[in-house]
Design a protein around this ligand. Structure first.
Ligand SMILES: [Mg+2]
Length: 165
């Protein structure tokens, strides 16, 4: 449990993560951010590659749950369609939604990871809750504010990369 802006791992996309990688690090539960991690803000339709990844992960031993700050129905509708559990209004970087997910799945923080595209919500919230954190590149920063936020994230991405070298 730490107040840290540094993700434990950085990978270009959610689809790079494999059950073997998670299992080898003792992770049984993967919490996933929704917007710009699974689909961009502008569509509810995943790419064929993302859809195949979701189905293969769901068929693996890894438990999956979307943990999203979104208040919009599209997250619930999407998760229902793919048979994935979800927690909305999660209020990351606060820990409540993440802790709620750990309780729901009866998994300890050490056995869980959260993956998302935003350092100031997904990474910080995950680190504060004591779960392992994975940063992915945002699928599409389609407006000025998302691009500006990414500029603010860059020093932390640099520091996280440097730390691992
Ligand atoms: Mg996001």
């Amino acid at each position: 449990m730490s107040f840290s802006f540094l993700p434990r791992w950085i990978t270009p996309a959610l689809t790079d993560i494999t059950p073997d990688f998670l299992t080898s690090h003792g992770i049984h539960l993967l919490m996933m951010d929704f917007d710009n991690t699974i689909v961009p803000y502008t569509t509810n339709t995943p790419t064929p590659q993302m859809e195949a990844w979701l189905r293969s992960m769901a068929a693996s031993d890894i438990k999956l749950c979307v943990v999203s700050n979104s208040k919009r129905d599209r997250v619930k509708v999407f998760c229902r369609q793919y048979g994935i559990a979800c927690i909305t209004h999660a209020r990351k970087p606060f820990c409540r939604g993440i802790r709620q997910c750990l309780t729901r799945f009866d998994v300890s923080a050490e056995q869980a990871a959260i993956v998302g595209d935003q350092i100031f919500t997904d990474t910080l919230g995950g680190n504060c809750a004591g779960v392992k954190t994975i940063l992915v590149r945002a699928i599409d920063n389609h407006n000025f504010w998302l691009k500006a936020r990414h500029v603010l994230e860059k020093p932390f991405i640099y520091a996280a990369r440097k730390r691992r070298m």
